[in-house]
Structures are given as structure tokens and as C-alpha cells.
Design a protein around this ligand. Structure first.
Ligand SMILES: Cc1cc2nc3c(=O)[nH]c(=O)nc-3n(C[C@H](O)[C@H](O)[C@H](O)COP(=O)(O)OP(=O)(O)OC[C@H]3O[C@@H](n4cnc5c(N)ncnc54)[C@H](O)[C@@H]3O)c2cc1C
Length: 586
């Protein structure tokens, strides 16, 4: 491979590095440890194995400095190439050729896995990136290993309780409170709920909607997932191979019901968390649950996991003159189907995914006229090119190894690889993007050209995966107005600065959603909410702030994101809660 000449095989090279690393960990010598990392640039990402948190550390001496104080408690040992997993390979990541090796080791807490990438440095091979992750807590292993069903005493106890009786007791919570309350039973809530259950924790998952999947069911009629099924599997229970490449929203919604049943999750629908207070001395929450058709239930729980969604509270911009508009104003979150607007004129404010999807739906459903209003530059990438970040999942390795590798990139490498992908995507999509520019559409490639993934982590949107609407804009089937050209909204639609009125019967505000933290404020109050700290957006190390890791408020957690993110990090979150329940975290 370019720039990487090997004297021995990747396996022998990786084994040698692991032996040296193991020796340096035993010796606890800072210089020896630092010497194993590349001089020009190197990072270590730890996911609970040494730091009980998610941290990315840059630079050889900083890595040694952070790692050394953890060694007495972690007591790492048995470092070796991970048995039965992808062997060391020569790969190129973010343009850098390297030997990528999966390894396993043990700490005082349990079995761990890691990924190291070795590059030539000072005449040898040194670590360019290192990731270490806790896999399981010894003695409290994931029940999905199959042991769950082997020791049930009632399975042949005729005349006694059967499975259905047990499930009724479990989900009834008569005279007992759960250890964990999960608020929100969409993908994030269901996945973490399954992880918690498989770790033997008693978790109740609630949702204010009457039926599981309603958060997706209620989204606009035309919605189909924008990333492919092969990367969106739920933990423990992958989608059947017969599923379509892009899952329609109602099909996903129905899957939630199947999943909750099959994974035996304790779910209360029609149940809303209305208030929660924290008893500092007892380290427990008192939560008030409003249940449809039943009395309010007050419970005491150790942990609350908010899976209340990043797309729950609509952002409603203040637009001059909008109150004078005589037609219908609706947020994209409440928009139904274009079939209700056949023959009518519509303006759609916002050029992210929802704005484009809604405009396209209106146009193909026979609206007389549809125009997008653009308020700022938008990243556009064709649906095909938008799958590029998932190329890892096309490598001929197990799905489990793909997930491990996906979590193994330190933020600066992840960022660099997205910069490169974004450039490549723009070349492939050149004709489409040129066409949009000719129409006056303002394009961006994200901060420093880092593309949609970084925009998603920073602000949760600002891009469109073109599923056909961009070509409609290019062809003039969907009109385009720049917000800067609008003077104000008026009774008939939008009055432009040149004096013309763009008439409309419907204005759709595809203006996005407020963050998860603002959604919990009415329930938790200002004092607790302000203590939480930032939620979402990258911190100084490039880790997502407040997501699947401790927040400023003990016993309070958040999980959100796309399906793949929820699958990977629901495990990280569940392990942290289990560890706290066991008293393992200092
Ligand atoms: C239009 C659109 C398209 C998207 N397409 C994709 C895609 O293609 N691929 C992808 O990976 N992601 C996609 N996403 C992003 C993300 O996957 C979804 O937003 C997803 O719904 C997030 O799941 P969630 O579990 O975090 O929250 P949500 O689905 O938003 O669910 C939150 C749940 O919490 C409940 N809740 C909130 N507060 C309370 C309370 N106090 N008490 C009880 N219940 C409460 C709500 O009723 C709701 O059911 C899309 C998002 C949108 C808006």
C-alpha cells in the first residue's frame, strides 16, 4: 500500500505493538508509553475501559499522562489480537495507510476490546489512533448470550405461573418501582431499554403517544428513511433481509411494536412524565407519570434516561407579517400529505431534509405551485453519495466489527475523513450542484468543508440528501425564493422586496426543532436543567456533549441520534448505568 512498506505481516506487526504496549502498561513508565505513539499526530479514544467516560486525548505525552493514573484501578492484562474477529489488515483511513488491528484485553471490571492503527514513525510502527472500550461487566454479562432461558424454574412447573403471568407482573409495576425510567419509546428508548434489560436492570419505558411508533407514524406521509437498512439494524434483532433498502416510516413504526414484544420490554404507552425532582441525599428521583385513563403514578427511580427526541419541539420563527396570512401555516412536523393540497399554492420555508421532502410531496401530489424559501446556505448531497460514510459496512467483515470500527475513530480523524468524502461527493454530484447554483440556490459544504455528518453533530441539520427534489428545483418544478428577497409575509402570501406578491394558500415552516434539553425544562424545572450542561454539539475533545455519558446532573442521561448511533451508544449508556447500580464507578 502507498507509503506503507512492511517487513513483516500486519499480524506480526500488530502482535509486536501489543506486546510492547502491554509491557509499557505493566511498567507504568510515561516515556515508554508515549514512545509507542506516532510523533506527528496520534489520538486515544476511551469508551469506559479506563476513564468511565468517553474521552479523546491528543498527543503522545498527553495520552500517557491520562492513561497512567487509571492503571492501578483498571489493572489491564491479557492484551492480544481479538480471537475470532477480523485479523489485522492494511487499510486506508482518512487518506492515511495503516495497519488496523482489533484486540482484546481485560480490566478489573471486565472484558474489553480495542482498535489500534499503526503507521510508520521513527523507523518503526507506532500508534496513530487507539480506541479502548469496555465490552461487559464481569459477572453481569449480557443475557443475550443465551443463558436467560436456561435457568427459569417455571417453564416446566405446570399449574404454576407461566410466561404470560410473569410478563403481566413485570409490566404492571404493582407495588414496585423500576430502577430506571426511560422517557420516550421510539428508537433510542427501545434500544436502550433492550440493552438495560439484557444487563438485568429493571427499566420502565414510557411514551406519551398511544401507540409505539407514533412519533414516526405522525411524520409526513411521504417519509422514507434516508439511510440504508443495512446500517440501521436494532441491537439483538436485525431487520429481515426482505426489508426494503430505505424503510418507509410506517414500516419502521410497526417494527417498534414487534421489537418491544420480542425483547420483552416493559413499556407503558399513553404515559407522560410531567415532573421529576431529585433527592440529593437518597440519590433518587421522584417522578410523576400521567397515564391515559388511569390514576397518576408517582415512582422513585435511580436513573432517568431521556430519549425524548431531538425532533419533538418545533422551532417556530418570528416572521414579519405572518400573522396577517389568511391561509394555513403549519410546521413540517404537523404536515400531513400533499394530497390535501392538490391544486393549491404552497410556500415551504426551510431547505433541509424536511423542507425538500415536503416541497417534493406537494409537487408530485398536484399542488398548483410550490416554492422553497431558502434562509441560508444548505448542503446538498445525492442520496447515493450520502451513503458514503457507511462504506465501512461494505467491508467483508462481521457487522459487530463494523460497529466497533465505526466507534474507533477519534474526532479529528472522523472530521478529516468527512472533509475528504464531502469533496468527493461534490465532484460526483457536480452536475446537480451546478444546476442548483444556476437557479440561485445557495450551497455550503459545511464548516471547513466537513460535510453533513459534522453539521448533524453540531446543529442537527442544515443539509438535504437529494431524493429527487433538487432536480425539481433545477427544472423549475419547485420554485426557489431567497428569504433575503422577501420584505414581509402578507394576507395573500409573501411580498417580495420588488413589490410583487408571491401568492400562497399554505405556508409550511420546515424550520427544525429545539434541542432535547429545552424539551426537558418544563418537566425538570430551571435549576436541574441548568445543571445538566450542554447536550448535543461537540465538546473540546470532539465527543458529543451530554450524550450517552454523564451529565452535570447525577442519575440523568440522554440518548438520541440516527439508528446506527443509537444502536452503538445504547450499549455504552446501559453499561454506565449498570456500573453505577453495582457501585463500580468512583
Ligand atoms: C423528517 C425526519 C426524517 C428523519 N430521517 C432519518 C433517517 O432516515 N435515518 C435516521 O437514522 N434518522 C432520521 N431522522 C432522525 C432521527 O432518527 C429521528 O428523529 C428519530 O425519530 C429519533 O428517535 P428518538 O428515539 O431519539 O426520538 P423520537 O422519535 O423523536 O421520539 C421521542 C419520543 O419521546 C416521547 N416523549 C417526549 N417527551 C415525553 C414525555 N415527557 N413523556 C413521555 N413521552 C415523551 C415522544 O412521544 C416520542 O415518541 C429523521 C428525523 C426527521 C424529523
Amino acid at each position: 500500500m502507498d507509503g506503507l512498506e512492511l517487513r513483516v505481516s500486519p499480524t506480526v506487526s500488530a502482535e509486536q505493538w501489543l506486546a510492547d504496549f502491554s509491557g509499557a502498561l505493566q511498567a507504568r513508565e510515561p516515556a515508554r508509553l508515549a514512545g509507542l505513539f506516532a510523533e506527528k499526530e496520534c489520538w486515544w479514544r476511551d469508551i469506559l475501559a479506563f476513564t468511565w467516560d468517553l474521552h479523546t486525548t491528543a498527543g503522545a505525552s498527553a495520552i500517557a499522562e491520562r492513561l497512567l493514573p487509571t492503571l492501578a484501578a483498571a489493572a489491564p492484562r491479557k492484551l492480544q489480537l481479538a480471537p475470532g474477529r477480523t485479523p489485522p489488515r492494511l487499510v486506508k483511513r482518512a487518506g492515511t495507510p495503516n495497519i488496523e488491528a482489533l484486540f482484546s484485553f481485560e480490566t478489573a471490571v471486565g472484558p474489553c476490546t480495542g482498535v489500534v492503527r499503526l503507521v510508520p514513525d521513527r523507523g518503526g510502527l507506532r500508534a496513530w489512533t487507539l480506541m479502548t472500550a469496555l465490552d461487559e461487566i464481569r459477572g453481569h454479562e449480557d443475557l443475550a448470550g443465551g443463558r436467560h432461558w436456561q435457568d427459569v424454574d417455571w417453564k416446566r412447573n405446570f399449574g404454576g405461573e407461566n410466561w404470560a403471568d410473569r410478563r403481566r407482573q413485570e409490566t404492571g409495576y404493582a407495588g414496585r418501582d423500576p430502577e430506571v425510567l426511560v422517557v420516550g419509546a421510539a428508537q433510542a428508548g427501545l434500544m436502550v431499554s433492550a440493552r438495560l434489560r439484557m444487563l438485568g436492570l429493571d427499566a420502565l419505558t414510557i411514551d406519551r403517544e398511544p401507540r409505539l411508533g407514533d412519533s414516526w407514524r405522525r411524520r409526513y406521509h411521504a417519509l422514507t428513511l434516508h439511510n440504508e437498512t443495512r446500517v440501521n439494524h436494532f441491537p439483538y434483532m436485525p431487520f429481515p433481509r426482505s426489508f426494503p433498502v430505505f424503510i418507509p416510516k410506517d414500516m419502521l413504526a410497526n417494527w417498534f411494536e414487534l421489537y418491544a414484544e420480542a425483547m420483552e420490554l416493559n413499556v407503558w404507552t399513553g404515559t407522560e412524565l410531567t415532573a421529576a425532582s431529585y433527592d440529593q441525599a437518597d440519590r433518587r428521583w421522584t417522578v410523576r407519570l400521567k397515564r391515559a385513563g388511569e390514576d397518576e403514578r408517582v415512582m422513585r427511580v435511580k436513573h432517568i434516561v431521556f430519549c425524548n427526541g431531538v425532533s419533538t419541539i418545533h422551532k417556530m420563527p418570528k416572521l414579519p407579517g405572518l400573522e396577517e396570512f389568511r391561509g394555513t401555516v403549519v410546521h413540517s412536523g404537523d404536515y400531513g400529505s400533499g394530497l390535501d393540497w392538490t391544486g393549491k399554492r404552497a410556500l415551504v420555508l426551510g431547505t433541509g431534509t424536511s423542507g425538500h421532502d415536503v416541497a417534493q410531496d406537494l409537487a408530485v401530489s398536484g399542488a398548483a405551485e410550490v416554492s422553497l424559501i431558502q434562509n441560508g446556505p444548505t448542503l446538498v448531497v445525492s442520496l447515493k453519495e450520502a451513503q458514503a460514510p457507511y462504506a465501512l459496512y461494505d467491508e467483508d467483515i462481521s457487522f459487530e466489527d463494523c460497529d466497533l470500527l465505526a466507534a474507533s475513530f477519534p474526532f479529528p480523524v472522523y472530521r478529516r475523513s468527512h472533509q475528504q468524502l464531502t469533496k468527493k461527493n461534490a465532484e460526483v454530484d457536480r452536475a446537480l450542484l451546478e444546476g442548483l447554483k444556476r437557479r440561485g440556490f445557495q450551497l455550503t459544504s459545511g464548516p471547513d468543508g466537513t460535510g453533513w455528518q459534522i453539521m448533524y453533530g453540531q446543529r442537527g441539520g442544515g443539509y438535504y440528501f437529494d431524493a429527487g427534489c433538487s432536480q425539481m428545483v433545477v427544472d423549475g418544478k419547485v420554485g426557489l425564493i431567497q428569504m433575503a428577497a422577501i420584505e414581509r409575509f402578507c394576507a395573500d402570501g409573501a411580498r417580495l422586496k420588488d413589490g410583487t406578491v408571491h401568492k400562497a394558500d399554505l405556508i409550511v415552516l420546515a424550520t427544525g426543532y429545539q434541542g432535547q434539553k429545552e424539551a426537558v425544562r418544563p418537566v425538570l424545572g430551571d435549576a436541574i436543567t441548568d445543571r445538566i450542561g450542554p447536550v448535543w454539539g461537540f465538546d473540546a475533545e470532539g465527543e458529543l456533549a451530554g450524550m450517552w455519558r454523564p451529565t452535570g446532573q447525577p442519575g440523568l442521561w440522554f440518548l438520541a441520534g440516527g439508528l446506527a448511533q443509537c444502536r452503538i451508544y445504547s450499549k455504552v449508556l446501559a453499561l454506565q448505568i449498570k456500573a453505577r447500580q453495582l457501585g463500580l464507578v468512583p
